[in-house]
Ligand binder design. Sequence first.
Ligand code: EPZ
Length: 414
Amino acid sequence: MIVVRGGRPLSGRVEISGAKNAVLPAIVASLLTDEPLVLKRAPGLLDVETQLALVEALGKRVERRGDVIAIHGETRRATAPQEIVSRMRASFLCLGPLIARLGEAHVPLPGGCVIGARPVDLHLAGLARLGVDIRVDGGVVHAAGTPRGGEVWLRYPSVGATEQLLLVGATIPEGVEIVNPAREPEVMDLVRLLAAMGAEVEILEDRFIVRGERLGGAEHAVIPDRIEAGTYLLAGPITGGEVELVEVHPEHLTALLVKLEECGVEVEAEGDRVRASSPGGWRGIEVETAPYPGFPTDLQPQLTAFLSLARGRSVIWERVFESRFGHVGELIRMGARITLQGQAITVEGVGELRGTGVAATDIRAGAALVLAGVAARGETRIRGVEHLRRGYENMEEKLSRLGAKIWVEEASVI
Ligand code: EPZ
């Protein structure tokens, strides 16, 4: 249980950690080579530990010193353990590297989660298009054969499917063309890593062309986490304070910064720093989530919490996931005035939120409740700490340094 005592302005600097959604594919890229892969600026997150447990189960040796991870050894086993893949969807990205290296792979289908069914049909159709024999039996994907070059068109620019195809294409000399790829910064970070390992990747207007043969090891510093950054940037204005982010890429936050300025928030970005404050309050806006560079779905819950305290009405359309609304009911319990129609979240701004007991349903819903908690009057008691541990490194320390009253309490049994 995380307890937050709200009502104090948060001000100061936050150091942003390496990006969860960049380090997770980077870890499975180690399966593509038997040479050492060194990842720097790796965040200390539950999901990172899970992904490291996965590559160890597949034959790798992992050493970790602070935020540096070294992955050695041979990719030896083609079966991904059920209990790992069911815990964290990004482990499904090992399918491509295993089939590329070993000619076979047995990977359980990742379950859905509260934000949506999250099928992997684009991953499987793409691999099949490259000549891989795909059979699903008892919730496990059995893949066989050696992928060959070809062109794969994605009906939707799926981050995971794009990463899956990049990982496979990097081992195919004749190359793979991915039409309509995702272009999130985390995807581009994987492109950078694969190139450092010896692959060639062309970034064209409508497609990526990736090719490679024997990939080698590399040293790679992961990009800063733009979602962690956006989350903490909101902690300043929502409490009447001013937060400065350090060691970020402001260009990865453009959609958020534009929308904050539209609300009337004062935003300043220069070099690797971004500052935001809103002494005069902020007004409601309209926003819809979209693939990058559109407004990121991973900041939708946090922005919904922020707009709960705006002057006037906001409408937020969640266009990426079918049910990313787990935070809405909990915010209403804190006094927010929100209604849901289909994919549209309509928020009537209120003067204040009140702390109470709430439950985090996923990583970003949890983050939204922490933001509501630091702004609310009284204490907010958030169940589901494990969700936050999956995506936010040292969250209490980073917020306490800004002046927040936030601590962990063992949940009472009842
Ligand atoms: C990645 O998930 C991120 N996770 C998510 O972050 C993020 O929300 C998402 O991209 C969108 O930006 C990681 O990178 C580990 P998608 P992913 O494939 O790859 C549908 C967080 O909080 N789809 O782009 O699963 C899917 O159902 C997490 O850090 C298919 O229909 O996202 C969804 O509606 C949450 N078939 C949409 O596409 C497929 O085969 C976007 O999914 C694949 C996806």
